[in-house]
Ligand binder design. Sequence first.
Ligand code: DC
Length: 258
Amino acid sequence: MKPNPDSDDDEVMTTHNSAHRTPHSAPHTPHTALRTPHFPAVAIDGPSGSGKSTVGKAIARALGYLYIDSGAVYRAVGLKALETDTSLEDSHAVAALAKEASIKLEGDPDHLRVFLDGRDVTDDIRLPHASRASSVVATIPEVREAVVKKLREMSHERGVVMDGRDIGTKVFPDALVKIFLDASINVRARRRCEEERERGRDVTVEQIGVELEERDRRDTERAATPLVKAADAIFIDTSDMPLDRVIDQVLEIIMTRS
Ligand code: DC
């Protein structure tokens, strides 16, 4: 995956680790730093397996921010469509489901639970059929509108780290910091394969690679807010970099902006 070729002002991460302070301790610059008068947002976008959730959770933990996995919301909508036998092709029906669904994320970044209409679906949304359904429903513009509204509503209470595909371009276009993570398809497939094996799924790296490429294609080629690097996002290639280092770099960027 490549950064947005249309943006000629791409920023590329080159800094190294340093001690950090919390952004709460520094005054904010209202016109660039805040999406609301009080609460900063950190947007982390990128394809599956680029390290978004590991990095996002660590940043939220370090800063005491809320962590929101926006993909979980699309997954919950996809699961609801499957469970109600709603055709994924019926965009009006799926959009209606997305609007009426109660989707809640609860718990700290390391123990995030996902509730769909009051039921804990944390594990179900990670099953292969729900993964596929999520990437199909995420192509429907009305579904995206409903999800963006829910994501913004979830983020009113305090600083938030949100990961996804359109956080810097659509959900929080005025985020304090925007990061775009990417990695080679092999590295991403290996990371995802390890996660799937930890969940007990018997898969090969090749199999996961094929699934990722199919989802990448849908995510990048859809008309509605496709996966693309925001012009002002900082691009980090995590292929050859331990995620701990990426986390330190992102924290350092946040400190310099706070
Ligand atoms: O991050 P994930 O793999 O859990 O996301 C599940 C699907 O949802 C994925 O195919 C892309 C889609 N998605 C999206 O379109 N926009 C987001 N902000 C987050 C996820």
